[in-house]
Design a protein around this ligand. Structure first.
Ligand code: V47
Length: 384
């Protein structure tokens, strides 16, 4: 969109950081290797890495910066899995702070927003051992009946895998049944870190990397667009972050190749690096990831994921300041207004529960970018 060039000052910064050869690849649109990713994570030179990521961001999107108006529904936090980074889940019904919404209650939260303009509901739930599959299809149908205009993005690959096992269905059957009830796209949660060593420590009893990728592969094959994530800043090593990014890139290559022959296929729309929050969970002993780490992870993600259109800075967990700065380090999306977020707030996030449309627009404009309100599929709702 914008000619990809580094200024002479940026060239010198990159050279001083010893990243000249990587810069050459970025400028000439060559794919970065796993080893390049390792070198980028080994470099403390955020200015150099940021300049390269910004070049890619502007080549793809110019100054355009996307957001939407959405609400999160976490219908239950009862969850059989024992992920050690999670502050949201409760193992069983009846434990302190455990909850499961009735369908009426969940729909009531959306119906209460009749006047507030939103375009998307984001649904993520715990792995509840006692609910029938019909709870989820009824929930989707009831939301669609109350607000047919809303796009429903919901159910992580972890949930889909759990339902497949629990209710004796294939991934495709789970996805089709949820879609039939109103599901339109999938969020990127549950990917955490794919590498076996880190995954065993973080979340040994939920879907493994292959399963997570297979659910998204199936969704793409069935024509559904999905997102992808990486939980960074807990116990993973830099090599494991790069491995994670490369595995996502490989699946996206497959999905885009299928799409080249059949445009009805799905793909990853956006990658969301999720910054670890260390309160009220079993990793509270760890230091919180720094702003420097957040910005370089966003920037390196932009550089490595050359086939995923957007890098989303989820302001809820990054904080507004880092999310805004990230718009110069590779990010092209700020997620949305996000009402009623629970997963991060139970883990200590200090951000508000909601930003208004005007507040998001202010953050974007003050960073010298152009705000664009989008729907879930990145159609323009309004140029702000
Ligand atoms: O998978 C849980 C993460 C994810 C913590 O697709 C934590 O548009 C940090 O996937 N510290 C769920 N992270 C949220 C998610 C998401 C969010 C926004 C947009 C989209 C999208 C997806 O939250 C989980 C896990 O990786 N998480 N606990 C924690 N203490």
């Amino acid at each position: 969109m914008i000619e990809a060039r580094l200024s002479s000052v940026q060239r010198r910064t990159v050279a001083r950081a010893g990243l000249d050869d990587i810069a050459d690849k970025v400028v000439s649109e060559q794919r970065l290797s796993y080893e390049d990713g390792i070198r980028l994570f080994a470099s403390p030179d955020l200015a150099a890495i940021g300049a390269l990521a910004n070049l890619v961001r502007e080549r793809l999107h110019g100054d355009l910066t996307y957001f939407n108006r959405n609400i999160h529904i976490n219908a239950t936090n009862v969850c059989e899995a024992s992920c050690i980074f999670c502050s949201f889940a409760r193992l069983e019904e009846g434990m302190p702070a455990a909850y499961t919404m009735s369908i009426d209650e969940a729909v009531g939260r959306i119906a209460a927003l009749q006047d507030a303009f939103i375009t998307e509901v984001h649904i993520v739930n715990g792995l509840h051992p006692g609910l029938p599959f019909s709870y989820y299809t009824d929930l989707l149908r009831a939301i669609k009946a109350a607000r047919p205009d809303l796009h429903i993005k919901g159910f992580t690959a972890v949930e889909m895998h759990y339902y497949a096992q629990k209710y004796g269905m294939t991934y495709a059957q789970v996805i089709e049944a949820l879609r039939e009830a109103g599901l339109e796209s999938m969020p990127g949660g549950g990917a955490e870190i794919f590498h076996e060593r880190a995954r065993r420590k973080l979340c040994h009893d939920k879907v493994d990397a292959e399963g997570w990728l297979e659910v998204h592969r199936t969704a793409h094959r069935l024509g559904m667009r999905t997102n992808c994530t990486m939980l960074f800043g807990s116990i993973e090593k830099n090599e494991e972050r790069v491995d994670h990014l490369v595995r996502l890139r490989e699946l996206q290559d497959e999905s885009l190749a299928a799409r080249a022959t059949d445009p009805s296929k799905g793909w990853f729309q956006t990658f969301i690096p999720l910054k670890f929050h260390n309160e009220n969970n079993r990793l509270a002993r760890l230091s919180a990831p720094t702003g420097h780490d957040a910005l370089r992870t966003i920037a390196i993600s932009r550089l490595m994921l050359d086939n995923i259109p957007h890098i989303k800075s989820y302001w809820i967990m990054l904080g507004q300041d880092i999310a805004q700065l990230s718009l110069s380090y590779g990010a092209s999306d700020l997620d949305g207004t996000v009402r009623e977020e629970r997963i991060y707030h139970m883990a200590g996030a200090q951000t508000p529960q909601e930003l208004t449309r005007n507040q998001l627009i202010h953050l974007i404009r003050a960073a010298g970018r152009i705000p664009v309100e989008r729907d879930t599929h990145y159609n323009v709702v309004a140029e702000a």
